[in-house]
Design a protein around this ligand. Structure first.
Ligand code: MAN
Ligand code: CA
Length: 194
């Protein structure tokens, strides 16, 4: 194939030079625009995420305020309410149900030690009314962790002791089975997804 040789005149060189300079300039401008838009996009995404996070924290804080104002205490994913008076086990449970909660279910050593802070004879959500000797929590689950006081549960003197209480003791193991008609303080628990 034949090529036509065009002589490199100074005017032609100048034109080529301008073309290169203009193209480089355009490239620079394009790069600046691209960089600014990327930063803007990143900024607005971060701002959106932060707003969502802020809203979710505000919601949690509102729930927390609402419960604490009504005397509930937060611990490990649940709110707890300690009664100011004493009632039978069933009446205590009824009170908890009316608060949208139930008698406390103790499922870990941490929770047991948290409950132990409240000193008194206090009802917990434990009963063997359904079947003598089969202790169940109010949600129907059988006992996993047990913190019975030594010698308990003992159905003392052959009397029906079908409800679980905690006693004000130094020892970690402070549960006792006692008469459901006795009047005790009680603790309600409400699991809240904060
Ligand atoms: C009392 C009751 C019983 C308990 C004994 C332990 O009689 O609280 O339930 O088992 O004390 O001595
Ligand atoms: Ca007992």
């Amino acid at each position: 194939m034949d090529y036509v040789n065009v002589p490199d005149t100074p005017a032609r060189k100048g034109k080529l030079c301008r073309l290169v300079v203009v193209s480089l300039g355009l490239l620079c401008i394009l790069q600046v625009i691209l960089s600014i838009s990327l930063r803007l996009a990143l900024y607005s995404k971060t701002a959106k995420n932060l707003t969502e996070e802020e809203n979710s924290l505000k919601r949690k804080l509102n729930v927390f305020d609402l419960y604490t104002q009504q005397g509930w205490v937060y611990f490990g994913g649940s709110f707890y309410y300690i009664s100011p008076f004493k009632k039978s086990w069933s009446d205590s449970r009824e009170d908890c149900l009316q608060r949208g909660a139930d008698l406390v279910i103790i499922s870990s050593r941490e929770e047991q030690n948290f409950i132990r802070q409240f000193r008194g004879y206090i009802w917990i959500g434990l009963t063997d009314t359904e079947e003598e000797g089969t202790w169940k929590w109010v949600d129907g689950t059988v006992l996993n962790k047990r913190f019975w006081e030594t010698g308990e549960p003992n159905t003392f003197g052959g009397t029906d002791e079908d409800c679980g209480e905690v006693k004000p003791r130094e020892e970690e193991n402070n549960w006792n089975d006692t008469h459901c008609e006795n009047e005790n303080y009680w603790i309600c628990e409400k699991i809240v997804d904060l």
